[in-house]
Design a protein around this ligand. Structure first.
Ligand SMILES: Cc1cc2nc3c(=O)[nH]c(=O)nc-3n(C[C@H](O)[C@H](O)[C@H](O)COP(=O)(O)O)c2cc1C
Length: 273
C-alpha cells in the first residue's frame, strides 16, 4: 500500500465530523478515494472489503449525521485478528479521506444497521463493524454535535505517561525516553475510539512495544469494538513509524508482565532499525 499523504499532519488535524455542508463530493475526490480503498491493506493479513454507498439509494441513516449523502462502509470475515485488521484498514481509509479535505466519523452504534448491512450484502460469516459518512465539513457544527463532543470530552486525551509505560506497568514512560517510538505513540494518543474511552496501552521494552487493550466495553454480536479501536491505534502507530523512516513488524510476543485490572495483551511491534 502506497501512503501518499502526510500522516502526522493528517492525524494532528483530524477530528470526527458529523455535520457536513450538504454538497456532493467532487468527482476527482470520489475517484481518488475509490482507488485508495481498493488497495488498502493491513499487517494482519485480514481482507477488508470497502464500498462507497449513496445514502438515498440504500436508505442509509444516522441520527448524529447531518448534510452527507455518501457513506464508506467495510465488511470482514470473522477470522483471527479481524477486529484489528478491520480497524487498521478502516482508519487508513478515513485518514486518506481527511487528507483530501473530507470529513469522517466512525460509527458503530448510531446508524441504521439493517440498511447498511443490506447495502453491503453481508453474509452470515461476515461482520460490518463500522461505517462513516463522507463529505465536506460544514463551517459550523450542529448543536447536537457540539453537545455530543462535550459529553464525550472528545477533545481530551489521557496523558502520555498514563497510557504508555517503561518496561512494566508501574513506570510511566516519559516522552524523552520513548526514542524512535515517541512520535508514533503520540499519534496513538490522538486516535479516535468508541465513546472516546482510549483503551490503548503500551509498554516499551528496548526495541519492542507491547500493545494492550484496557477493556471497558462488553463484547457484542459484532465482536470486541475496543479491538477495532486497537486496530485504529495500530494504524496511527505503524503508518507514523513508516513515514518517519523506521521499519518494524508486528509479532505475537507476550512478555508475561504483571497487568493492571481489565488489561489484556494484544500484539507487539519489534523495531528492526
Ligand atoms: C470504533 C468506533 C466507534 C464509534 N462509534 C460512534 C458512534 O456510534 N456514534 C458516534 O457519534 N461516534 C462514534 N465514534 C466516534 C467517537 O465518539 C470519537 O472518535 C471520539 O469521541 C473522539 O473524538 P474525535 O474522533 O473527534 O477525536 C466511534 C469511534 C470509533 C473509533
Amino acid at each position: 500500500m502506497n501512503i501518499n499523504f502526510d500522516v502526522t499532519k493528517t492525524i494532528k488535524g483530524r477530528k470526527s465530523v458529523r455535520t457536513f455542508d450538504g454538497n456532493r463530493i467532487k468527482e476527482s475526490d470520489r475517484s481518488a478515494l475509490e482507488s485508495f480503498i481498493e488497495k488498502v491493506s493491513n499487517p494482519f493479513d485480514v481482507p477488508v472489503e470497502f464500498r462507497l454507498l449513496d445514502a438515498s439509494r440504500y436508505d442509509l441513516k444516522s441520527p448524529v449525521v447531518l448534510g452527507s449523502d455518501l457513506y464508506l462502509a467495510g465488511k470482514v470475515k470473522r477470522c483471527k485478528n479481524f477486529e484489528l485488521g478491520f480497524g487498521y484498514s478502516f482508519e487508513t481509509a478515513c485518514l486518506y479521506a481527511h487528507s483530501l479535505g473530507l470529513g469522517t466519523v466512525i460509527l458503530a452504534a448510531t446508524l441504521k444497521r439493517s440498511s447498511f448491512e443490506k447495502a453491503m450484502d453481508l453474509c452470515e460469516d461476515e461482520v460490518m463493524p463500522t461505517a462513516s459518512p463522507i463529505g465536506y465539513p460544514a463551517q459550523k457544527q450542529s448543536l447536537r454535535e457540539s453537545l455530543m463532543r462535550k459529553s464525550l470530552n472528545a477533545d481530551d486525551r489521557i496523558a502520555f505517561e498514563k497510557l504508555f509505560f517503561d518496561g512494566n506497568f508501574d513506570t510511566g514512560l516519559k516522552v524523552e525516553n520513548a526514542r524512535e517510538f515517541a512520535v508514533a505513540l503520540d499519534m496513538v494518543r490522538l486516535a479516535p475510539s468508541a465513546t472516546n474511552k482510549q483503551p490503548w496501552r503500551a509498554v516499551v521494552d528496548k526495541d519492542t512495544v507491547h500493545f494492550y487493550e484496557m477493556k471497558s466495553i462488553k463484547d457484542s454480536s459484532l465482536g470486541d469494538i475496543q479491538k477495532v479501536d486497537m486496530g485504529i491505534a495500530l494504524a496511527h502507530f505503524d503508518l507514523t513509524m513508516q513515514t518517519e523512516g523506521y521499519s518494524g513488524k508486528f509479532i505475537e510476543s507476550d512478555p508475561g508482565i504483571k497487568l493492571p485490572k481489565n488489561v489484556h495483551y494484544i500484539i507487539s511491534y519489534k523495531s528492526v532499525n
